[in-house]
Design a protein around this ligand. Sequence first.
Ligand SMILES: CC(C)(COP(=O)(O)OP(=O)(O)OC[C@H]1O[C@@H](n2cnc3c(N)ncnc32)[C@H](O)[C@@H]1OP(=O)(O)O)[C@@H](O)C(=O)NCCC(=O)NCCS
Length: 149
Amino acid sequence: MMTPMAMPPETVSRDGVTLRLEELVEPRPPIDVPALRYRIEVAGQAVGELRVRLGDTEDLQRHFGQIGYEVYPAFRGHGHATTACRLGLAVMHDLGYGEIWITCNPDNKASRRVCEKVGGVLAETVDIPAGHVMYQHGIRQKCRYRVSV
Ligand SMILES: CC(C)(COP(=O)(O)OP(=O)(O)OC[C@H]1O[C@@H](n2cnc3c(N)ncnc32)[C@H](O)[C@@H]1OP(=O)(O)O)[C@@H](O)C(=O)NCCC(=O)NCCS
């Protein structure tokens, strides 16, 4: 859980990758929890985006995941998502979380590998309930990785 006094860092860096806080996202459907939207930077260039979702609702932990990331196609395959995810986990640690969930589609091999590389343990693969917004977007299952932060 986020502790009442915890403030998110504006920037965090390691191994040549920086997360720079771009926006405090207000809760809104469908995820309905506040989020920290960080730009992923390498050598001053934006290479992707990472969201730290602040909450522990069942829908978040089971379907959406508490960290989400994207590396733009031109910058993939250099370990940036892995490093950015490690930084996101450090942010969550400093905010008072001890364990979080990251989810990905079963066929998303790159994202599953990122989860494994940051120490995630595949707990289960769950079916997306019919009627869920993800189901409406054609997503039928999510792999759930438990990650110690
Ligand atoms: C998933 C994503 C963030 C990975 O970004 P990235 O910066 O290329 O990831 P990394 O370089 O850190 O690579 C992570 C691992 O995935 C592996 N990988 C990459 N593409 C792969 C593929 N198509 N199949 C299998 N493994 C793959 C890499 O080899 C690496 O593992 P290794 O170190 O053991 O070799 C990127 O592909 C992306 O933005 N995809 C679209 C958005 C998305 O799917 N986000 C995640 C939602 S859950």
